[in-house]
Design a protein around this ligand. Sequence first.
Ligand SMILES: Cc1cc2nc3c(=O)[nH]c(=O)nc-3n(C[C@H](O)[C@H](O)[C@H](O)COP(=O)(O)O)c2cc1C
Length: 451
Amino acid sequence: MKVLVINGSPKGKQSVTLQTVLYFEKLFADDEFEFLHVGKKIRKYQKDFSKVFEKVEKADLILFSYPVYTFLAPSQLHRFIELCKINGVDFSGKYAAQISTSKHFYDVTANKYIEDNCGDLGLKYIGVLSADMDDLLSKKGQREATDFWKYVRFCFENDIYEKAVKLPARPTKPYEKQFKTIISKTDRKTVAIVTDCKNDPNLKNMIDDFVAIFPFKTKVINLAEFNFHGGCLGCFSCAATGHCIWKDGFEDLLRNEIQSCDATIYAFTIKDHSLGPVFKMYNDRQFCNGHRTVTVGAPVGYIINGDLDAEPNLRMVLEGRKSVGENPLAYLAYDPDNMAKEIQILSKKMAFLLDQEIVPTKDFYGVGGMKIFRDLIYVMQGLMKADHEFYKEKGIYDFPQKEVGRILLMKMVGGLMTIPGAAKEAKKMMGEAMVMPYKKIIDSLDKKDED
Ligand SMILES: Cc1cc2nc3c(=O)[nH]c(=O)nc-3n(C[C@H](O)[C@H](O)[C@H](O)COP(=O)(O)O)c2cc1C
């Protein structure tokens, strides 16, 4: 089998993910491996795509090898996929598989993003190996990797692949500006509108309409006009120093122009099942901020040009981000059949959140995500010093072994339950004991009423 490896890691040959591919290459000598280091050399491919055409044509199977970066793939790989579509590379009849490494924080959304794009490119998608970055160092991880490659070969030999599921998207309708600017605006609070809008009249009109009717001060930050020197290189310099090695003013933009605002609206057009490479660069470069949830409580909202109903994976990314960041979500405005109404709802809900200072709630996306970060930062505290201090200060190190009282209580209850005569009585008591603290809170409301 002739395999073309699309190495999406900006670290090129130093990629941890790539080591598993090199492991396959050694183990399965009858497979031929060719490489395109698109993560590291994206600028080269931006100028000249001929090597890509040449290598794709010869391949039987395309293997995407990449690290998970901020819920998805590195911005460089997003750009490469965009370029494949723009240049009309012919992948028809070829198979695809993917391997990612990460700490399993939203690896599922990254993997689905690649799978969805394989569907767009007409590739016969086989499956994914989503490994922890340390997996290959253990016998178990080596076994999993080997089994995965055996499975890929089996599927290839037997022409077996997954059904491509593509949800029908409603067409985007031209959106004309329709609201007049309201006069009574307050500058008590400022909302940053972050966009990558470029030659996109629909999105521009949506943003203009939101700005016109929103009762608070707004500040539009257009990433398309910002001179990014490059995407995140995964070099980890920022982990130790807190500063990015790119000196293009991004940190200043992020901290002083965006994060200093009271809320953020993101405005974008759906591209390749994502927010597009520019927004992805913006997200990846936030690694200079480490894993610190510095905008807790600041509401977020979205103006989306495109049908989010056809993009459940992207919705999960947006919902996951707000839950991990503890940002109340004002609204996802996107319904292409009803966009003016959507913008009004977003404006009203965002104003309500800002006025009332509504606190965010967490769900599985946020609780699960933060537990992964908690364990990671604790182990890496020597390198990620700023993150460690932040986690200590904010009480994020909520390891369950600290709950000594509860552990002892449960042992006692568990012991009682094994005593035949006491079990029935203990069960009854347990039910009452469990609701007691809640009852106290509710009863205290009566007291307040009497006061
Ligand atoms: C900018 C950046 C973003 C990252 N985002 C995630 C993430 O969302 N989830 C995760 O589990 N790991 C994340 N990681 C960790 C990498 O996925 C992990 O270190 C990976 O093994 C690196 O692979 P590579 O050496 O092939 O580039 C991130 C790392 C960087 C530098």
